[in-house]
Design a protein around this ligand. Structure first.
Ligand code: ASP
Length: 435
């Protein structure tokens, strides 16, 4: 995607025609500079005065949470409706996807706890926080099933909404032809909700600017180091997950050479890294797993698109790091039950995360809500989200490819000779694949 060139000239015109992530990044940078200047010149009150614009943005994100999670999860489930046809392969695929996602978020949480990206700052005074009693593990599990889905929505109980949405989606699939109208209705509703989401995200540069002026105005330069630490933790986590989890699965689970695997997925990784969309990368992933890694058409054309829709390991890992960053920065102690809730929410929510740029940021608000962390954290992360999105999307597509290779191997549908042939990237074939 390029900036639109037919836009009107002038500063405002140039701003309007700029890509959204660039707008948000500029807003972050400008907000930090202005906030630090206000901070150093003793004008904290001015920084405080601009905060309401940011609060409106945060409220708008909150407004989206319940409809977005419900509708996108129902659609995520109904998009798997022909999974039953695939029987064993379907089950294997979904189990692997969910397991790797749960591991990814655990790695994110561990890195967040070890690196402590939010430890340097204390923003606890900054957010109106709802104090929550930490639930015990068993309460978390019992509490998964809502007694009343409407009150679960009204209370914003994210996990219960997720569970209801998944069951509802399964029921639509089981109803078959008779459930078709409801399925179509949710397909259409999801388009409307995505539209609404994009309207609100379009407001992000202004919300992010206001919140950054306020945060930097209050905390000054102290803030920059923690944001750098978040980026470091997410990138490190992605590398660890790819090498250890996927490398290990390929080696131990598939008896295959992991080096060949990483050579073979380099192309989709690069496209994902630059486009930040795993759905958009799908054609490239498809070519790579078939041509470079020798997975059969039958397996890959089922497993990969499903992965681009429901498998988001990078996104889950990022949510783990960011949740801990927010907890540390806002001085919230998380109990064991909270960690379990985060793992469950992020794993299940990944089913409903669309493979498009920035989707993970919205889902982060779900994860934070599930354990009562302040959503101001989302706006702070938003400024650096593009940089994080690049790494997590690359990991997302790597995970899809790893599971595809494993499933193909276990079904006897992997062309070993093709897998073993080294594929060196050449720019002509990459161009050809990108069409
Ligand atoms: N951009 C990611 C993807 O397409 C989703 C996310 O925002 O985390 O996979």
């Amino acid at each position: 995607m390029n900036d639109r060139s037919d836009a009107p000239r002038g500063l405002w015109g140039r701003w309007r025609s700029m890509l959204l992530w660039k707008q948000i990044f500029l807003a972050l940078a400008a907000g930090v500079v202005i906030g630090v200047v206000l901070n150093q010149t003793g004008n904290e009150a001015a920084a405080e005065a601009i905060k309401p614009i940011g609060t409106i943005f945060v409220n708008a994100i909150k407004m989206l949470i319940v409809p977005l999670i419900f509708v996108s999860l129902v659609v995520g489930m109904t998009s798997m409706h022909d999974m039953s046809k695939m029987g064993r392969i379907g089950l294997k695929t979904v189990a692997l996807y969910l397991m790797t996602t749960a591991v990814a978020i655990t790695i994110g949480l561990v890195l967040g706890a070890v690196i402590q990206p939010g430890a340097g700052i204390d923003m606890s005074a900054a957010a109106a926080m709802e104090a929550k009693d930490a639930p015990s593990l068993i309460d978390t599990i019992v509490g998964l099933v809502p007694t009343n889905p409407v009150s679960a929505s009204a209370e914003g109980n994210v996990l219960q909404i997720i569970v209801f949405a998944i069951l509802f989606g399964i029921a639509i699939n089981m109803a078959g032809e008779k459930g078709r109208i409801v399925r179509d209705f949710f397909d259409s509703l999801s388009e409307v909700i995505y539209k609404l989401t994009s309207i609100i995200i379009g407001f992000a540069p202004y919300g992010v600017f206001a919140l950054m002026v306020w945060v930097a105005g209050t905390y000054g330069l102290e803030l920059l180091l923690p944001l750098g630490a978040v980026i470091f933790a997410v990138y490190l986590g992605c590398v660890i997950h790819a090498l250890v989890v996927y490398g290990g699965m390929i080696r131990l689970g598939g008896g295959l050479n992991p080096v060949r695997f990483f050579q073979g997925v380099l192309e989709p990784q690069m496209v994902a890294f630059t486009s930040t969309s795993s759905s958009g990368t799908l054609p490239v992933s498809m070519t790579a797993v078939q041509r470079n890694l020798g997975a059969s058409k039958g397996v890959s054309s089922f497993v990969l698109p499903l992965g681009a829709t429901i498998n988001m390991d990078g996104t889950a890992l990022y949510q783990g790091v960011c949740a801990l960053f927010v907890a540390q920065a806002f001085n919230v102690d998380l109990a064991m039950g909270d960690y379990v809730t985060i793992v469950l929410t992020a794993t299940l929510a990944s089913i409903g995360t669309a493979g498009v740029p920035g989707a993970g940021l919205i889902m982060l608000s779900l994860v934070l809500t599930s354990v009562g962390l302040p959503l101001e954290g989302v706006a702070i992360i938003a400024g650096i989200d593009r940089i994080l999105d690049m790494a997590r999307t690359a990991l997302n597509v790597t995970g899809d490819a790893a599971v595809t290779v494993l499933v193909a191997k276990s079904e006897g549908e992997l062309d070993q000779a093709a897998y073993d042939t080294p594929h060196v990237l050449d720019s002509a074939s990459l161009k050809e694949m990108r069409g």
